[in-house]
Structures are given as C-alpha cells and as structure tokens.
Design a protein around this ligand. Structure first.
Ligand SMILES: [Zn+2]
Ligand SMILES: [Zn+2]
Length: 174
C-alpha cells in the first residue's frame, strides 16, 4: 500500500476513534498500520507476533481495536463457517469484491465481476431493497485439493478422508 493511502486510512481511523471519544494511541496506530499495510485476511491472534517489541499491545487492545474498525465500516468480518472468522481489510480498496472459500483447506480467493454487481442491483431493486453491503461468498473445493488430494493450506477438516497434509495460513489472490 502506498504511504498516501495509508495516511488517509490512519486519518479515517483517527477521526472515528475521536468521534467515540477515544484516543488514537501509538498502539492503535501501529495496529491500524499493520492491518491495512497488506491485504491479508487475518485472525486477531495473527497480529500479536507481527507487532514486534516496539509496541507493547495487549490482546485486549487488539480485539477492541478490531471491533472498533468493524464498527466504523473500515474492516469487515468474514465467516469461514464452523465459527471460524477472519477479518478483511480489502473492502476499503475494492468495496465490491467477493470470496471463494475452499471448504477443505480454507483457502480464500477474492474476485470481482461487473456482471455480479449488475445482477445484485437487479435483485435488490426488484425486491425493494437499497443495498448497503454486498458480498457473495461461494464455498467449494479448491482444485489443488480435489486433484492432488492435498494442498499446502489443508487444515484437516475432513480428516480421515484425506491423505496427510500440512497446515498453514489462508492465502489470497486476485
Ligand atoms: Zn476479501
Ligand atoms: Zn482447498
């Protein structure tokens, strides 16, 4: 992310915190920077090791800051099913993106398609809605796992039916 966009995001976050009567502390600034500097979907616990020693940020601060960013509309929560949740910093940059989620390995692919936008607009208008948030989520099996029986992200949710595999972080691409 370019420094200018990051500055804009920090400004937006700071304004939201101020509207809540909260200080935009160094810790919160470090967190917001970390969250929006790259485009990874993340779990709150992923952030702690990445913060480094220069910012003593408590777990509570991480959860609270994430909740506030979600409330502000800057960050979105996405459910992977089975109670697993990730946070997605990418809606600021691409507000209409959608997700393909592999039910086996939890790999996430983001995609955009103008036809989907048109279709969503038609449907919501027909049913008398003005959409405030639009995102499609499609669950399926990724090709790697289907074809090879394993993939680097496989988390063993269907253990027994699959051969040995490695656990790992979710992945994204456009
Ligand atoms: Zn996303
Ligand atoms: Zn997969």
């Amino acid at each position: 992310m370019d420094p200018q966009s990051l500055q804009a995001i920090l400004g937006q976050a700071q304004a939201f915190f101020a509207s809540k009567g909260l200080r935009f502390t160094k810790q919160r600034e470090a967190l917001v920077t970390l969250i929006f500097r790259n485009n990874e979907h993340f779990k709150p616990e992923d952030l702690l090791p990445k913060l480094g020693k220069s910012h003593a940020v408590s777990r509570a601060t991480i959860y609270r800051t994430i909740a506030l960013l979600v409330e502000s509309g800057m960050l979105r929560e996405i459910s992977l099913g089975g109670g697993e949740r990730l946070y997605d910093p990418n809606f600021l940059r691409s507000p209409h993106h959608n997700h393909l989620i592999c039910v086996d390995c939890r790999k996430i692919i983001e995609f955009e398609d103008p036809n989907i936008d048109v279709m969503q607009n038609c449907i919501t208008r027909r049913l008398g809605f003005s959409p405030t948030q639009k995102a499609i989520r499609i669950e399926g099996s990724c090709d790697m796992l289907r074809l090879l029986g394993t993939c680097k992200n496989f988390k063993g949710l269907k253990a027994g039916a699959r051969k040995k595999s490695l656990t790992g972080k979710s992945e994204r691409s456009r």
